[in-house]
Design a protein around this ligand. Structure first.
Ligand SMILES: NC(=O)C1=CN([C@@H]2O[C@H](COP(=O)(O)OP(=O)(O)OC[C@H]3O[C@@H](n4cnc5c(N)ncnc54)[C@H](OP(=O)(O)O)[C@@H]3O)[C@@H](O)[C@H]2O)C=CC1
Ligand SMILES: O=C(O)[C@@H]1CCC=N1
Length: 236
């Protein structure tokens, strides 16, 4: 997110907590590092909370919060009700690592103007109407990783069969971009978009049959259900 904010040319000042990758980020983008989170909260209007879910509640405790501040929590599965009451407003968001190239479709809830403006610097900002809907949409953050893994596996397979790895990387990645764009940018039902490309008796149909025999789409759906169950379990 810091990379994306820096690339977005924001004139807002970004300051960092002293933890994690702060030294590298500060050096790369010329950012200030606070002495501690107390100073960070004192100096900030919007605070991005990006600690592991189990550390989320503890991380915001005992800090000098004030009204009109906004905390954007990206901690997966940490419900608004799990946070202690603080004067600042908490907004949940679920960015993808594509924030780094300002291309992350990021869901968030509730729709708070200042949070939306920051999130929109990192790619499409998608406000959701309820926390329940936000949790379901959060499964997509894991799907993003699975999609990357399918790209990776396809490239590894292609190069193991003799194709150039650099070429395969671009080909497969751009194919996923093309698949996504066809669905995102045309209004046809998805079944019709797929139907247009599946030649009866052809290679796509053959592969879909093999995938079905090998456990798709049941395996994919089971993975989605497992992630949603984790996200909605209390006390993550
Ligand atoms: N990785 C991703 O693509 C995404 C992650 N998220 C969410 O972001 C959160 C972090 O994930 P990820 O970056 O992968 O995890 P990491 O474990 O890589 O990073 C967690 C970071 O939190 C820092 N940290 C812990 N406690 C504090 C604190 N009190 N104050 C400041 N910093 C603290 C750690 O610093 P130190 O090393 O010094 O302990 C570490 O740098 C998770 O809740 C995850 O659900 C959401 C969307 C996407
Ligand atoms: O894997 C995770 O739990 C985090 C949340 C979404 C992406 N990374």
């Amino acid at each position: 997110m810091v990379e994306g904010l820096a690339r977005s040319g924001t004139r807002d000042t970004v300051i960092l907590s002293p933890r994690g990758k702060s030294s590298q980020l500060a050096a790369r983008h010329g950012l200030a590092i606070c002495a501690d989170n107390h100073e960070l909260v004192e100096r900030s209007d919007i605070i991005i909370l990006a600690v592991r879910p189990e550390d989320a509640v503890g991380a915001i405790q005992g800090l000098p919060w004030r009204k009109n501040q906004i905390v954007i929590s990206v901690c997966a599965g940490v419900a608004l009700s799990q946070f202690p009451a603080i004067p600042a407003r908490i907004v949940r968001a679920m960015p993808l690592t594509a924030t780094e190239i300002n291309a992350s479709p990021t869901v968030f809830y509730p729709d708070v103007r200042e949070a939306r403006a920051l999130i929109a610097r990192l790619g499409p900002a998608i406000a959701l109407g309820s926390e329940k809907e936000f949790e379901i949409a959060t499964v997509n953050a894991a799907i993003y990783g699975w999609a990357q893994d399918i790209v990776r596996q396809s490239v590894v397979w292609g190069s193991s069969r003799g194709a150039d790895e650099t070429l395969m990387r671009q080909l497969v990645a751009q194919t996923f971009v093309a698949a996504g764009r066809m669905i995102a940018e045309t209004a046809q039902p998805m079944e019709a978009i797929l139907g247009d490309l599946v030649t009866p008796g052809g290679i796509t149909e053959l592969g879909l049959q093999v995938l079905d025999l090998e456990g798709q789409p049941a395996a994919w759906q089971a993975a989605c259900e497992a992630v949603l169950a984790r996200l909605t379990a209390t006390g993550t």
